[in-house]
Design a protein around this ligand. Structure first.
Ligand SMILES: O=C(O)CCC(=O)C(=O)O
Length: 288
């Protein structure tokens, strides 16, 4: 990542479908500062951090909202190859939260994606909580395109939302502007920093609670190091696509597959309409 410019603020095209789509196509991403009510984002952050606290991941006696990890304790949910039962129980608790799952159906996000894609959409049920512990630099997410793991239709957008303010030290994610025009690139080359021209413009800036960043499935992006000494970075992401275009079967299961939906839904109301909502949709499910 050499050339870094701030994200292009797209608030000016929010109400104009043509310009919104033109901006999305040209840059491969859209960034909306303070699009969501900050209090709703912070409430979800609080809930997720209470789960961290309950599972012994936070510094004893600290304010959970400060997200200070307990010294010597690290969890790398996205990288761990042989997770301990405790790690699985912890992450499944986050994925089982009804508020967590409902967050991805926020009307502001759904309306925005519908305007962008211009038709009925599917929210992939495989939603993610990105939990990035400080100074685990070998676990900072390498440059990649989400189409590699997500498959289905390339007409898929990821919405990435920081749970809390994300300053320079916490990092966040950076996006290679316009890389959506490069086609589907070799994932191994991308991961080691090849596949993009030297003059590629990366976009990044500190984020505030309520900011929303979304990018096309072919847009190259990467995590940025969390260089704080003690603070966990939290973010969410989910993927959205036209309901009738192909979707990978795996996108319909819980992230990491450490539980199935019936286990995650165990404490939900019997008739909760958010349960298995995708089963009533006319999906074209594929196995890749
Ligand atoms: O939150 C992060 O650190 C990385 C997220 C990411 O790369 C993604 O959502 O594809």
């Amino acid at each position: 990542m050499k050339i870094v410019e701030p994200f292009c603020d797209c608030s000016d095209v929010l109400e104009d479908q043509c310009r919104l789509r033109a901006r999305a196509n040209s840059n491969g991403y859209l960034y909306f500062p303070r699009l969501l009510p900050a209090d709703e984002v912070l409430q979800l952050r609080h809930e997720v951090l209470l789960i961290h606290e309950k599972h012994g991941l936070l510094r004893e006696g600290s304010d959970p909202d400060a997200a200070l990890h307990k010294e010597g304790v690290y969890v790398d949910v996205e990288y761990v190859k042989k997770p301990t039962p405790a790690v699985k129980v912890f992450y499944n608790k986050v994925l089982a939260s009804r508020n967590f799952n409902a967050f991805f159906h926020h009307p502001i996000i759904i309306n925005l994606i519908q305007v962008l894609l211009g038709r009925a959409i599917l929210v992939h049920p495989r939603v993610i909580c990105h939990i990035v512990f400080p100074r685990r630099f070998d676990h900072t997410v390498e440059p990649h395109q989400d189409f590699a793991p997500v498959r289905g239709t390339q007409n898929t957008w990821t919405v990435w939302i920081p749970l809390g303010d994300c300053n320079t030290d916490l990092g966040g994610i950076a996006v290679a502007r316009g890389s959506n025009h490069l086609g589907f690139l070799n994932a191994d080359s991308l991961a080691i920093g090849n596949g993009l021209a030297d003059q590629t413009e990366w976009n990044w800036n500190p984020l505030t609670s309520g900011d929303v960043l979304m990018f096309h499935s072919l847009t190259v992006h990467q995590g940025c190091d969390n260089v704080t000494t003690d603070t966990i970075r939290l973010a969410t992401s989910a993927r959205y696509q036209p309901v009738r275009e192909p979707v990978d079967k795996l996108a319909l299961g819980p992230q990491r597959g450490w539980a199935d939906w019936s286990e995650l839904y165990a404490d939900w109301a019997f008739d909760d309409p958010l349960k298995y909502y995708w089963n009533t949709l006319p999906l074209d499910v594929r196995k890749y």
